[in-house]
Design a binder for this molecule. Structure first.
Ligand code: FPP
Length: 253
């Protein structure tokens, strides 16, 4: 359903289509990263098990993947499972792993048809073998695609990524005496991906939660109260419209 959105100027209401046209004329964020939060609360509100919230999340992912390239977004990173999420009840963790596999197997052909290129970040080696394999197959299948780069963060932690980068440097250049900024940037999980311009977090929490710690140094943040399973194209468009109003100074005057 199309919504009336806040629009580019405070208080001014406009339709989703009108705002979309405006946003398409502006400079897009090349890379949008999303902390998809609130699945559990969405399910609880309906008296459903938490996994029902994670399942409902797929519609929101589909909407984000569809609207991102329309807005000119080239990279979309989704925080699907953090390095800290292992602390959740065993049944939720195993349910999530099964869901990742099921969803990816179901969606991969359509992603491929849409020219989406799948990538992952995180310590995948700790995932169940079949989950890891499903993602690796998806990465292989879409390797030649040139459309949206869809990056799924799985067993991902920002501190862990920096530690992994430093260890890579140490093992490849053990004679190095001093580490420069570029050394870290060049040894992140995906060194060729630009830093996120815009980070979206749903469900009203204003936390970074160990997400892309190195890369978000100058990212713009947009927090919405909308729970992730309720997140729709209109919300994405609204976030980009807000991003386009910001003056980015990257520490300059
Ligand atoms: C946070 O909500 C969400 C997660 C930890 C899991 C996200 C997983 C998906 C959206 C499925 C992704 C699927 C693929 C194929 C990438 P929460 O459980 O922390 O919600 P709460 O804060 O309300 O409890």
């Amino acid at each position: 359903m199309k919504r009336t959105l806040k629009g580019l100027r405070k208080g001014k209401q406009m339709s989703e289509d009108l705002l979309l046209d405006k946003v398409k004329k502006g400079i897009p964020p090349r890379h949008v990263a999303i902390i998809m939060d609130g699945n559990g609360r969405w399910a609880a509100k309906r008296g459903l098990p938490r996994l029902a919230g994670h399942r409902a999340a797929m519609t929101s992912i589909r909407e984000a993947v569809e609207v991102a390239p329309v807005l000119g977004v080239e990279y979309l990173t989704l925080y699907a499972f953090s390095a800290e999420n292992w602390k959740r009840p065993k049944e939720e963790v195993s349910g999530l792993m099964r869901l990742f596999e099921e969803m990816l197997k179901k969606e991969i052909s359509e992603l491929d048809e849409k020219d989406v290129r799948l990538k992952t970040i995180g310590r995948l080696e700790m995932l169940p073998e079949s989950t890891r394999k499903t993602f690796e197959d998806g990465i292989d299948k879409t390797a030649d695609n040139n459309g949206l780069k869809l990056i799924i963060a799985l067993n991902y932690g920002g501190r862990g990524e920096i530690i992994d980068a430093v260890n890579k440097i140490l093992s490849s250049e053990s004679s190095k005496e001093k580490i420069e900024e570029n050394d870290i940037s060049n040894n992140l999980y995906l060194a060729d991906v630009p830093d996120p311009d815009l980070v979206i977090r749903t469900s009203g929490e204003s936390r970074v939660s160990n997400f892309l710690l190195w890369q978000i140094a100058y990212s713009e943040f947009w927090v919405t109260d909308v729970l992730w399973p309720d997140f729709r194209k209109a919300d994405f468009i609204e976030s980009v419209a807000d991003f386009q109003k910001r003056k980015r100074r990257f520490g300059g005057a």
